[in-house]
Design a protein around this ligand. Structure first.
Ligand code: DCP
Ligand code: MG
Ligand code: MN
Length: 387
């Protein structure tokens, strides 16, 4: 069809579509339905074009593209082609760009600005650039944060978190999602999903997470905060605490590192590198990225699907939901407002979502398998969700 990846790659607007898709995914994640829809429509329009759209005027003339999106499209198209013109045959510049793009939280715009300011290396940034606190963490721990975490270390890190969590509140349940739940040998980060029986909003879990983070910080397990609970990236929420926490952690030197709890054949610290030796010869633990995600029990199934991924799998499930008159996001599977008849088709008892009518009526939130069922998709084990 017109929506697959190979078709996008051949499109003259492929790069613009790719960037818009990332923004669309972001707005979708923060439940900004209005922007998500606007971006989705613009992407559909761009996919139909046979020439590259580079100016605001040309973009604005197309269907379903407003002034501001037209300006965005022109900006993406021109900055990206500028970059290609300037850097394509300039190996050092291209190398600098790749280095900067691998710094945690740094995108194309930021990286290009640093290059324009004359910076080429991490040392240039460290010594001369005006870095935000997060950028400084990304630069100072560049190697660590670009190293994948072996599965056994994710398991050990998680055991540590789980022990502290159950000491605070034994009723709270934790699970590692993301690539770890899909069975990966190594992960880019650790995605810890936090839930508790009887909860209906993430806010109910905030006091617990605040306590847990406090304990883990004091014990030296958590070493940096990148996005705290008071970080309002979600522009649709009015001053509510965020339901996620992003930061860095280290494996305590005495934590056991075993693939299985009773595997005596593999002594700790022998098969995986969890410490790094610095220039001065001192050993220090490797910094790892950790995310905490607060999920009420009522949304647990939908959140599990979302945070298990992978992102392509999520996108195809959402697309399928849309085709069937439903809407899937990290909070639940909903009946689209304009398409109430689908409820009759699925035979589901329809209840109103606590978040109001914006998302339509809630079909299922808490049960992962039930969401697959209602969508009419055969159950896929997490290990089968790589796409
Ligand atoms: N996710 C998504 N769309 C995105 C980003 C994330 O659907 N744009 C979902 C699917 C991911 C999950 O969130 O599996 C966790 O995000 P991560 O970035 O941590 O990705 P993974 O855990 O899958 O991979 P990695 O090993 O790189 O952490
Ligand atoms: Mg992950
Ligand atoms: Mn993550």
């Amino acid at each position: 069809g017109t929506k697959d990846k190979s078709a996008d790659a051949a499109n003259p607007n492929a790069r613009t579509i790719e960037v818009l898709q990332k923004m669309c995914d972001y707005y979708d994640r923060v439940n900004d339905h209005w922007r998500t829809t606007a971006y989705r429509k613009a992407i559909t329009t761009l996919r139909r074009q046979t020439v590259k759209i580079t100016t605001e005027e040309d973009a604005y003339r197309l269907p379903n593209i407003g002034r501001r999106l037209a300006a965005k499209i022109a900006e993406i198209a021109t900055t990206d082609s500028l970059r290609r013109l300037e850097y394509a045959h300039d190996e050092p510049l291209d190398h600098a760009l790749q280095t900067f793009l691998n710094i945690y939280g740094v995108g194309l715009g930021r990286a290009n600005k640093w290059i324009a300011q004359g910076f080429r290396t991490l040392d240039d940034l460290r010594e001369r650039a005006n870095l935000t606190p997060n950028q400084r963490i990304g630069v100072d721990h560049y190697e660590d944060l670009n190293t994948r975490i072996p599965r056994a270390e994710v398991t050990a890190l998680f055991e540590y978190v789980r022990r502290e969590a159950s000491a605070l509140d034994p009723a709270v349940e934790l699970l590692v999602g993301g690539s770890y739940r899909r069975g990966a040998d190594s992960s880019g980060d650790m995605d810890v999903i936090v839930t508790k029986k009887g909860t209906t909003s993430a806010a109910e879990l905030v006091p617990f997470l605040e306590q847990l983070i406090d304990v883990l910080m004091r014990k030296g397990f958590l070493v940096a905060t990148l996005a705290g609970l008071n970080h309002h990236r979600n522009n649709t929420s009015r001053n509510e605490p965020s339901s996620k926490w992003h930061g860095c952690c280290v494996l305590p030197p005495d934590a056991p590192l075993l693939d299985q709890p009773n595997n005596p054949s593999r002594p700790p610290h022998q098969t995986h590198q969890t410490t790094m030796t610095s220039d001065t010869g001192t050993r220090r633990p490797v910094w790892r990225r950790i995310d905490f995600l607060l999920v009420p029990e009522s949304e647990y199934g939908a959140a599990l699907i979302y945070f298990t991924g992978n992102d392509i799998f999520n996108r195809s499930l959402r697309l399928l939901a849309a085709k069937k008159g439903m809407r899937l996001n990290q909070r639940g599977l909903f009946l689209r407002r304009s398409d109430r008849r689908a409820g009759a088709k699925t035979g589901t008892i329809v209840t109103t979502s606590s978040s109001g009518a914006a998302e339509g009526e809630l079909l299922e939130g808490r049960d992962e398998r039930r969401i697959f069922e209602i969508l009419g998709v055969k159950w896929r084990e997490p290990a089968e969700r790589w796409c």
